[in-house]
Write a protein that binds this ligand. Structure first.
Ligand SMILES: C[S@@+](CC[C@H](N)C(=O)[O-])C[C@H]1O[C@@H](n2cnc3c(N)ncnc32)[C@H](O)[C@@H]1O
Length: 237
């Protein structure tokens, strides 16, 4: 699937590891006890940062669903370098195409930094699939957005040093409409060496949205922690 990630993958790769460092403890606590007979699914796996962390903290078999070719290539390279490719099945599909091909019973799911790309119908199908497929006592980790203020939100720019350059990412999330992204590379004199603008159909998805979609299902949704919620299937349910 072609998308803005073909153009922005380099910048995604520069800025996302910091976010994953924040999630590391939660990922380890949630999935660290899953052994080789367990299955964890990474939905919208991107460049494989989450799949690689799952493979590091657990011994589980992993399914990584990622429709974009560029992101999937990075995922395969990352998992191969980590020496874990043999236990990762890579599916080149979107949520709507891919859910039926996943195992019926899973011991964990992550859907991180991706829910906002889905249509409401696709998001509901994913959340219902999670509620129906998680083994009792097991959890899914989903990242969510804070409530977007009425006029929209301009997020604080993220910056990272890459050699002599600084990579800067700026995001503007309007209350409705396309999310705007600006990626810049600055030299030592703060001059812009190159820049790239992109828009995406990302819509903020909050903990309340997740809770509403899962009402009536035998799962509990935690309070957001580090921008993430856990959807837990109570034991014995
Ligand atoms: C911001 S990236 C996050 C990647 C990864 N989950 C992470 O946290 O590092 C969002 C990913 O969602 C994927 N995506 C977009 N629409 C999707 C869909 N309908 N089904 C599955 N994945 C999708 C994109 O291709 C992209 O790789």
């Amino acid at each position: 699937m072609k998308s803005h990630y073909d153009a922005t993958a380099e910048h995604h790769e520069v800025h996302m590891p910091a976010r994953w460092r924040e999630l590391r403890d939660l990922v380890r606590e949630t999935f660290g006890d899953i052994g080789p007979d367990g299955v964890i699914v990474d939905i919208g796996a991107g460049s494989g940062l989450g799949s690689a962390m799952l493979a590091e903290v657990s011994e589980a078999e992993i399914f990584s669903l990622e429709p974009n070719n560029t992101m999937r290539s990075m995922l395969v390279a990352r998992l191969d370098t980590a020496g874990v490719l043999e236990r990762v099945t890579v599916l080149a599909q979107t949520v709507s195409e891919g859910l039926d091909g996943l195992p019926d019973r899973v011991d964990g799911v992550i859907a991180t930094h991706m829910l906002g790309h889905l249509t409401v119908a696709e998001r509901t199908a994913l959340l219902e699939w999670i509620a129906g497929s998680l083994a009792p006592g097991r959890s899914a980790l989903l990242t969510v957005n804070p409530e977007v203020p009425r006029g929209g939100a301009k997020l604080a720019p993220r910056e990272r040093q890459v050699g002599r350059f600084v990579y800067r990412a700026t995001y503007h999330m309007p209350a409705t409409g396309q999310t705007e992204q600006l990626y810049e590379v600055l030299d030592e004199q703060q001059r812009v060496v190159r820049s790239l603008s992109a828009t995406s159909s990302w819509q903020a998805v909050t903990a309340a949205d997740v809770r509403a979609a899962l009402e009536g299902h035998a799962v509990e949704v935690s309070e957001p922690q580090d921008g993430a919620v856990l959807v837990m299937k109570p034991s014995g349910s």
